[in-house]
Design a protein around this ligand. Structure first.
Ligand SMILES: Cc1cc2nc3c(=O)[nH]c(=O)nc-3n(C[C@H](O)[C@H](O)[C@H](O)COP(=O)(O)OP(=O)(O)OC[C@H]3O[C@@H](n4cnc5c(N)ncnc54)[C@H](O)[C@@H]3O)c2cc1C
Ligand code: SF4
Length: 538
């Protein structure tokens, strides 16, 4: 088994191998950065990943809800708008593995019509590529990550292959959701989840054991059953010669003409630089546009930072007579996509419904925030914690001119401008939320829950450097390469033209692999192939 504590300092010297010259440098090691790092390393390229966060080996993951804060991006971000996003905890990750260290690992595929909302509804933005261009990557990822799921998944096109492993057991909330859904006529299915229901051998890592159902997925999986990048693509990458430098915050990209030539970063108070044949920016949908805006790069369209989206992610909570023990069991267990395109809906797009698990401190703070309950009343409510169960939705969000990221005048701890994110629900999000809240209320009532309350919220940060064919309306091409720079690629949640009505990580990884394959194909053909736009064919 690879010793993950050594990641980022596998070679001698104060900053990794000391090598300063790479074919490709990847910035960020989350769902967007790790898959392509492995692909490029497997192709024999000299590749380096620079990661702002530290390595968190599985065995060091605490079984402690409060300690999970160490996995999150802690630099302050400013929020504005009518539905300001809470940043800090429960937002985006920081560490070798990025946000996958703390994600719940729900990995449904998007459905084909997710990619053409505008064509269907006349609003939003269509993707410049079709579902069929990603389908092979979804197949590959579900096998490689070891996704557990049902023998037959009820939604989406017929699958070419089954899930790698049988479904995980249902936690208390999932069993309740199954009961309520049956009563209101909503189909459910065990969710595709990138945690193992059976052990799996992982190249470069060793044997990943099966999930032990302790329920701490959002605090980091201490056994390596959950397919975070640190136990899957990153060990694969290092097995094939990639270098990962942790604790390295990228501050600048050196340029000559329309090419990036080097990457400047800070590590332990020192400024360092490496030369790069190509740069893959995978710093997430906040830090990617923040860096580009600071450097005035890749923004001839004026679209960097624009089109910010976050899924409609409202939760509904209630209590039942029996013990649910919401901290136990895999939190990402049951799903329904019957609401993907609800009949008679007064909004564009759709949503899915998922069961959730929750730890006590998170639940107490959410209850206080959602209901304004404090002091003795909050303590009294928390006595019923073991009987508490929740569900949530995840729905489309349309890009709007008023939702964007900008650089503020306030410097952060590094002396760099803090990002300010403006976010307000539009009419479509409000209508979808009302539909979803009615449905969840019916479902939880039918399941026998009482004392219902909702937490209106938005989930995931999406869309601030979108892909498209038109360089006036998008930042990167369909293959992830910046319209403005020959050898700068973006690979993370920022390139999504629309939010999709599913959790994003599987699609981010699929795009990451596709970007790597396109880059490698162009390299084989020579740069002229790039110039002819061969990579943009969808
Ligand atoms: C609590 C929670 C649960 C979630 N559950 C699910 C789920 O069940 N299913 C799902 O699909 N999605 C889930 N998500 C969302 C999902 O985890 C993210 O959308 C996805 O992992 C984002 O990947 P990314 O590569 O775009 O960015 P990130 O994972 O944020 O990766 C960016 C990386 O870049 C690094 N970085 C940033 N700036 C710099 C810099 N200047 N220099 C060097 N490094 C830098 C960061 O430290 C980070 O490691 C969840 C999110 C949260 C918060
Ligand atoms: S519930 Fe399973 S996947 Fe989640 S942290 Fe525990 S062992 Fe890992």
């Amino acid at each position: 088994m690879a010793d993950l504590r050594d990641m980022g300092r596998q070679d001698s010297g104060p900053h990794g191998s000391g090598r300063q010259d790479f074919d490709a440098v990847v910035i960020g090691t989350g769902a967007g950065g790790a898959p392509l790092l492995a692909r490029l390393a497997q192709a024999g390229l000299r590749v380096l990943a620079l990661e702002a966060g530290e390595a968190h080996p599985p065995e060091a993951m605490p079984t402690d809800e409060r300690a999970q804060a160490g996995l999150f991006w802690r630099d302050e971000r400013l929020s504005a708008g009518a539905n300001p996003l809470p940043f800090g905890n429960n937002n985006s990750g920081c560490g070798v593995g990025g946000s996958t260290l703390h994600y719940t690992a729900y990995v449904p595929r998007p459905q084909p019509d997710d990619f053409h909302l505008r064509r269907t509804f006349g609003v939003g933005e269509d993707w410049p590529l079709a579902f069929s261009k990603l389908e092979g990557y979804f197949d590959e990822l579900e096998g490689f990550l070891g996704v557990s799921g049902p023998a037959t998944y009820p939604w989406g096109p017929p699958r070419r292959q089954g899930y790698a492993h049988p479904p995980l057991p249902l936690n208390g909330a999932a069993q309740l959701m199954q009961r309520g859904a049956e009563a209101v006529g909503l189909r459910t299915s065990p969710a595709p989840n990138a945690a193992l229901s059976r052990p799996q051998e992982q190249e470069g890592y060793g044997l990943r054991p099966a999930c032990t159902n302790r329920g701490f997925c959002q605090a980091g999986c201490s056994v390596g059953a959950k397919a975070s990048m640190d136990v899957t693509f990153l060990p694969l990458a290092t097995r094939h010669g990639a270098e990962i430098r942790a604790g390295c915050f990228v501050t600048d990209l050196e340029r000559r003409g329309d090419r990036v030539t080097g990457v400047v970063y800070r590590q332990g108070g020192q400024e360092r630089r490496v030369r790069a044949g190509a740069v893959f920016l995978a710093a997430g949908a906040i830090e990617t546009p923040r860096l580009l805006l600071r450097l005035g790069l890749a923004n001839s369209s004026g679209q960097v930072g624009r089109n910010f989206m976050a899924h409609v992610g409202t939760q509904l909570w209630g209590q039942v007579e029996e013990e649910v023990r919401p901290h136990k069991g895999i939190p990402g267990a049951l799903i329904s996509e019957d609401t993907h395109r609800p009949e008679g809906a007064d909004f564009a797009g759709g949503y899915l419904v998922q069961s959730i698990g929750v730890m006590p401190v998170t639940y107490a703070s959410q209850f206080a925030r959602g209901t304004g309950t404090w002091g003795a009343a909050l303590t009294s409510h928390m006595r019923g914690y073991r009987h508490t169960a929740g569900i949530n939705v995840l729905g489309d969000c349309l890009p709007q001119p008023g939702n964007f990221l900008e650089l503020s005048d306030e410097p952060d701890g590094r002396g760099l401008p803090k990002p300010r994110i403006h976010f307000s629900w539009g009419e479509n999000e409000r209508r979808m939320n009302a539909h979803a809240t009615r449905l969840m209320t019916d479902l939880w009532t039918a399941a026998g829950a009482s004392g219902l309350w909702t937490l209106e919220r938005s989930a995931h940060v999406i869309g601030t450097a979108r892909m498209g064919r038109d360089p006036r309306r998008s930042v990167v091409r369909p293959d992830g390469r910046a319209h403005d720079l020959e050898n700068l690629y973006i690979s993370d949640n920022s390139t999504f033209p629309s939010a999709l009505s599913v959790n994003p990580a599987l699609t981010i990884m699929a795009l990451s692999l596709r970007t790597a394959d396109g880059f490698l194909a162009a390299r084989r053909k020579g740069e002229s192939a790039c110039d002819r736009g061969a990579l943009e064919q969808t």
